[in-house]
Design a protein around this ligand. Structure first.
Ligand code: OSB
Ligand code: MG
Length: 373
């Protein structure tokens, strides 16, 4: 039984160690929305909303999520008794359209809280079976091929099991070819377009077939399934959908239509961990591999992703770089690390498995608000 008395919203600002560019924009100073849930017995738990500064990946933003949580979601869950975190997803979904990232932030806070109250790791509460998860790196769009190659080579040297490179028109075939030639045939390479192409680009996308990519991620429109199905008929490279998969229903449609063969699960994008587990289970039953995507999270969001990625069908390396890839200093202790074989350990400690450095969070906070009803 859980009863949350307050949810504190905080916006912190953190500078990425280097700018991260995708086809639709660049992030440098991240605005990160954190939630702290406080239970009647005094236990607290943290979650992170993955909405960005701008709506260039998904419709939500830090500002929209703040309003939605404050005005619509927090009032539904504060003071209410829940048997388990599994009941929270439906409670914040009822008659709420979209706003998946806002809903997920609240729902994920409850999962962390339940794990904390039961004194078990979040991974265990979710049904995770791995004690370490395989990490890939997502490398943003680079100014030139040489810079990209040197970053990709360094990542391989650090042990990463997968290199994902961001692509966009005119920074695609040549860039992918260069990375494949530099890294050799055995390295798992993915290319992520973040919706930069249309069906007019089929001939370019078909040229990527020769590089034996694990997948091309979300080449076409961010909310499309139909055109991706058409494209998948015309290219050999398996399509992985990211932006388009927002619910279990969309995952079913992907399989039915043939819009893709792999799913990138981001709990924020699909409205939380309950929905992530549904998609994971459905994918497993249908022979669709999944992996966990990242949203340049702080160590708090990363903790939730690592717990999720410990489930059995996360069979491809996930975008789970360690803390130092993003930040000079992360907001959790211990910081996230990766071993030389490219694995991140799933924590054994209860809850999200790491301590939040609250003093440092306070230093980074630019606005905060405690919601009690
Ligand atoms: O498409 O996976 C994406 C970051 C911001 C927005 C979209 C994406 C990404 C990443 C980053 O690829 C992955 C990470 O957190 O390392
Ligand atoms: Mg993506």
């Amino acid at each position: 039984m859980m009863q949350v008395e307050s949810i504190t919203l905080r916006e912190i600002r953190m500078n990425l160690r280097e700018p991260f560019e995708i086809s639709s924009g660049v992030e440098e100073e991240r605005r990160i929305l954190l939630l702290e849930l406080r239970e009647a017995d005094g236990t607290s738990a943290w979650s992170e909303c993955v909405a960005g500064n701008a709506p260039n990946y998904f419709p939500e933003t830090v500002d929209s999520a703040w309003v939605v949580i404050k005005n619509w979601l927090a009032p539904r869950v504060i003071g209410r008794e829940f048997e388990s975190a599994d009941e929270v997803g439906p409670a914040v979904e009822q008659d709420v359209r979209g706003n998946n990232m806002a809903r997920a932030a609240v729902e994920m806070g409850f999962w962390a809280l339940q794990a904390e109250m039961e004194n078990i790791p979040l991974a265990k509460l979710l049904g995770g079976t791995r004690d370490k998860v395989s990490a890939g790196i997502s490398i943003g769009i680079q100014p030139d091929v040489e810079t990209l190659i040197s970053k990709a080579e360094r990542a391989i040297g650090e042990g990463y099991s997968k290199i994902k490179i961001k692509i966009k028109p005119d920074k695609d075939v040549e860039y992918v070819r260069a990375v494949r030639e530099a890294l050799g045939d055995d390295v798992a390479i993915m290319a992520d377009a973040n919706s930069a192409y249309t069906l007019d680009d089929v001939s370019t996308l078909r040229r990527l077939d020769e590089f034996n990519l694990v997948t091309i991620e979300q080449p076409l429109a961010w909310d499309d399934l139909i055109q991706h199905a058409d494209l998948q008929q015309r290219i050999k490279t398996p399509i992985c959908l990211d932006e388009s998969i927002t619910t279990l229903t969309r995952a079913r449609e992907m399989v039915k239509l043939g819009s893709g063969k792999i799913i990138n699960i981001k709990p924020g994008r699909v409205g939380g961990l309950r929905q992530s587990k549904f998609i994971h289970d459905f994918a497993e039953e249908n022979g669709v591999p999944v992996w966990c995507g990242g949203m340049l999270e702080s160590g708090i969001g990363r903790a939730h992703n690592i717990a999720l990625a410990s489930l059995p069908n996360f069979s491809l390396p996930s975008d789970l770089s360690p803390s130092h890839r993003y930040w000079d200093r992360d907001i959790v202790r211990q910081e996230w690390t990766m071993d030389p074989q490219g694995y991140v350990q799933v924590p054994h400690a209860p809850g999200i498995g790491v301590d939040v450095d609250v003093d440092f969070v306070d230093d980074l906070t630019v606005q905060s608000e405690e919601i009690t009803s």
